[in-house]
Design a protein around this ligand. Structure first.
Ligand code: CP3
Length: 344
């Protein structure tokens, strides 16, 4: 079994498998070269040849233990017929979904057809990994968790406090639950198609889970994740799942136990040893180096990385960042980080 999958199987693989969130991205000159050819980010995500190419770029450079499908969590609302545009320097821009009519307008019947190019990308990446001799590199598929996807759909993009989506959950609970149910069901279909196309593990990104109250966290983070895990396990026995309830704080232990995931991503601000102690021992922890430590490099990065390694030695663990790598990261610092991790 591949090293990453062994960790997700509950084994304390050492030195630990390593990959980095947003490992394909703007910090790499070869990514920027592809991006210059395709200014429209959505078009890039729908181009199997180029999406495969950028997925493989960081694997060729660093030999990570996992490749992650190059796409975006917002391709799911796009596939449901909700609009999506990425504006230079502004991030994602979507129509604001604030009422019953907005939920009713989503069209799950279009999903399978609209995500076909993404499934072709998954197939091409698997073939590419084998053809280029990366037989030990696992392919991770992913989706946004329903709550985080709902955040962008309701707000119409990013937000500093996600007041509109939190407000909607309180004041229009039935409409909001319908939105969550639509997204949960669509996510199951979308992830299932990725497994059929060749994904070996799946990650569920709940980047804004931490803006919710404990009660709402149970309802809109834990419950949908549990449903997604259960449905995927029923269809694809043995499929590995990683949940990332970012900024979940003390709720992360409950998330790990109640959702049935095989691994949990930990954000930068959490003490990884303390979070690991809250989780069942067979569940892998993944994280949680500060992306800015990789920008800094040198001894500062070494101290942070070694601190994490020491904290989780002896338990199932996957080395990663606490959030995505940032564009100003010097590529040579990533190479230095891999040496540190591989020295264990
Ligand atoms: C919230 C979220 C999004 N997308 C994603 C999340 C969850 C993780 C997190 O919290 O960061 C997840 C994501 N986005 C991307 C991937 C690809 C795989 C990978 O390498 O990790 C993954 C797994 C590519 C991307 N998605 C995006 C880029 C940058 C696009 C570019 O090339 O200009 C990449 C490489 C754009 C994106 N996509 C999103 C935003 C807010 C932005 C704009 C901010 C930014 O530009 O970094 C939504």
């Amino acid at each position: 079994m591949k090293r990453l999958l062994r960790s997700l199987d509950g084994e304390a693989v050492w030195p630990p498998p390593v990959w980095l969130m947003r490992q394909a991205g703007r910090y790499l000159p070869e990514y920027r070269a592809v991006r210059a050819k395709v200014p429209d980010f959505v078009a890039l995500c729908l181009n199997p040849e180029l999406s495969t190419e950028v997925t493989l770029q960081p694997i060729r450079r660093y030999g990570f233990d996992a490749a992650i499908l190059f796409s975006d969590i917002l391709m799911l609302p796009w596939a449901l017929g909700h609009g999506l545009a990425f504006k230079e320097g502004e991030g994602p821009c979507l129509p604001e979904l604030r009422d019953e009519a907005g939920v009713a307008a989503l069209d799950p019947s279009r999903l399978t057809d609209r995500v076909k190019p993404i499934m072709e990308t998954v197939q091409r990446i698997r073939a590419g990994l084998t053809a280029e001799g990366f037989g030990e590199t696992a392919l991770i598929g992913f989706a946004g968790a329903p709550f985080t996807v709902a955040c962008y759909m309701v707000e119409g993009g990013g937000s500093k406090d996600f007041a509109a989506v939190r407000g909607m959950a309180y004041t229009q609970p039935k409409v909001f639950q319908r939105l969550m149910d639509t997204l949960t069901d669509a996510t199951i279909e979308y992830l299932s198609a990725q497994v059929t196309a060749g994904a070996e593990a799946l990650m569920l990104f709940d980047s804004w889970a931490g803006v919710l109250s404990a009660n709402m966290f149970r309802q809109h983070v834990i419950a949908p994740a549990a449903k997604i895990v259960q449905a995927l396990r029923a269809r694809h026995p043995g499929i590995k799942l990683i949940g990332f309830p970012r900024l979940g704080g003390v709720m992360v232990g409950e998330y790990a136990a109640a959702t049935g995931v095989d691994g949990v991503g930990i954000d930068t601000g959490s003490d990884i040893a303390a979070v690991a102690d809250m989780m069942p021992v067979h569940i892998a922890v993944q994280g949680n180096l500060d992306p800015l430590a990789v920008v800094a490099g040198g001894n500062a990065m070494r101290v942070e990385a070694e601190g994490i390694l020491d904290a989780v030695r002896g338990r199932p663990f996957i080395f990663n960042l606490g959030h995505g790598i940032v564009p100003q990261t010097p590529p040579e610092n990533v190479a230095a980080l891999l040496e540190i991790v591989r020295a264990g």
